[in-house]
Design a protein. Structure first.
Length: 105
Protein backbone atom coordinates (compact mmCIF):
# COMPACT_ATOMS: atom_id res chain seq x y z
CA UNK A 1 0.00 0.00 0.00
CA UNK A 2 3.03 2.34 0.12
CA UNK A 3 3.07 2.57 -3.71
CA UNK A 4 6.62 1.20 -3.83
CA UNK A 5 5.61 -1.47 -6.37
CA UNK A 6 3.17 -1.67 -9.25
CA UNK A 7 -0.37 -1.76 -7.86
CA UNK A 8 -0.90 -5.24 -9.34
CA UNK A 9 1.99 -6.56 -7.22
CA UNK A 10 0.66 -4.91 -4.07
CA UNK A 11 -2.82 -6.32 -4.77
CA UNK A 12 -1.36 -9.82 -5.23
CA UNK A 13 0.27 -9.63 -1.79
CA UNK A 14 -3.07 -9.07 -0.06
CA UNK A 15 -4.18 -12.25 1.65
CA UNK A 16 -0.95 -14.15 1.04
CA UNK A 17 0.48 -16.30 3.82
CA UNK A 18 4.19 -16.73 4.60
CA UNK A 19 5.73 -19.29 2.22
CA UNK A 20 3.04 -18.76 -0.41
CA UNK A 21 4.15 -18.08 -4.01
CA UNK A 22 2.41 -16.21 -6.83
CA UNK A 23 3.22 -15.08 -10.36
CA UNK A 24 2.02 -11.63 -11.42
CA UNK A 25 2.29 -10.34 -14.99
CA UNK A 26 1.91 -6.62 -15.61
CA UNK A 27 1.01 -5.65 -19.19
CA UNK A 28 3.44 -3.28 -20.92
CA UNK A 29 0.89 -0.47 -20.99
CA UNK A 30 0.55 -0.60 -17.19
CA UNK A 31 4.28 -1.12 -16.57
CA UNK A 32 6.60 1.14 -18.56
CA UNK A 33 4.27 1.91 -21.46
CA UNK A 34 4.21 0.78 -25.05
CA UNK A 35 7.31 1.33 -27.19
CA UNK A 36 6.97 4.69 -28.98
CA UNK A 37 8.89 5.13 -32.26
CA UNK A 38 8.56 8.92 -31.85
CA UNK A 39 10.88 8.67 -28.83
CA UNK A 40 13.73 7.65 -31.18
CA UNK A 41 15.40 10.70 -32.70
CA UNK A 42 18.70 12.06 -33.99
CA UNK A 43 20.84 14.80 -32.51
CA UNK A 44 24.00 16.49 -33.72
CA UNK A 45 27.22 15.29 -32.11
CA UNK A 46 27.92 18.99 -31.49
CA UNK A 47 25.16 18.93 -28.87
CA UNK A 48 27.24 16.66 -26.63
CA UNK A 49 29.11 18.35 -23.82
CA UNK A 50 32.55 17.53 -22.52
CA UNK A 51 34.74 14.80 -23.93
CA UNK A 52 31.97 12.27 -24.49
CA UNK A 53 32.82 9.63 -27.08
CA UNK A 54 29.42 8.14 -27.91
CA UNK A 55 29.02 4.38 -28.34
CA UNK A 56 26.00 2.23 -29.12
CA UNK A 57 24.30 1.24 -25.86
CA UNK A 58 25.69 4.22 -23.93
CA UNK A 59 23.19 5.99 -21.70
CA UNK A 60 23.19 9.79 -21.78
CA UNK A 61 21.22 12.51 -20.06
CA UNK A 62 20.01 15.24 -22.40
CA UNK A 63 17.97 18.35 -21.69
CA UNK A 64 14.45 18.19 -23.09
CA UNK A 65 12.42 20.98 -24.67
CA UNK A 66 11.03 21.77 -21.20
CA UNK A 67 14.58 22.04 -19.75
CA UNK A 68 13.99 18.80 -17.83
CA UNK A 69 16.55 15.97 -17.99
CA UNK A 70 15.79 13.15 -20.43
CA UNK A 71 17.61 9.82 -20.19
CA UNK A 72 18.35 8.28 -23.59
CA UNK A 73 20.23 5.28 -24.97
CA UNK A 74 22.48 5.67 -28.01
CA UNK A 75 21.29 3.32 -30.77
CA UNK A 76 23.33 4.58 -33.76
CA UNK A 77 26.45 6.71 -34.20
CA UNK A 78 27.68 8.47 -37.34
CA UNK A 79 30.40 11.07 -37.84
CA UNK A 80 27.83 13.86 -37.54
CA UNK A 81 24.83 12.56 -35.59
CA UNK A 82 23.64 10.23 -32.86
CA UNK A 83 20.36 8.40 -32.94
CA UNK A 84 19.01 8.02 -29.42
CA UNK A 85 16.06 6.24 -27.84
CA UNK A 86 14.21 7.95 -24.98
CA UNK A 87 11.90 4.99 -24.32
CA UNK A 88 12.31 3.21 -21.00
CA UNK A 89 14.49 0.12 -21.60
CA UNK A 90 11.50 -2.09 -20.68
CA UNK A 91 8.93 -0.15 -22.75
CA UNK A 92 6.76 -2.52 -24.74
CA UNK A 93 7.57 -5.46 -22.46
CA UNK A 94 5.17 -7.25 -20.17
CA UNK A 95 6.77 -7.54 -16.72
CA UNK A 96 6.46 -10.81 -14.79
CA UNK A 97 7.16 -11.02 -11.06
CA UNK A 98 7.66 -14.28 -9.19
CA UNK A 99 6.63 -13.48 -5.61
CA UNK A 100 7.29 -15.52 -2.49
CA UNK A 101 6.09 -14.01 0.77
CA UNK A 102 8.78 -14.67 3.37
CA UNK A 103 7.15 -13.11 6.44
CA UNK A 104 4.63 -10.51 7.50
CA UNK A 105 6.11 -7.67 9.52
Amino acid sequence: GAEEFFSQVEEALVGMAPGEKKTVTIPALDAFGEYDEEEVFSISREQLTGDIVPEIGMELELTGDDDEPVEVTVVEVTDETLTVDANHPLAGEDITYEIELMEIL
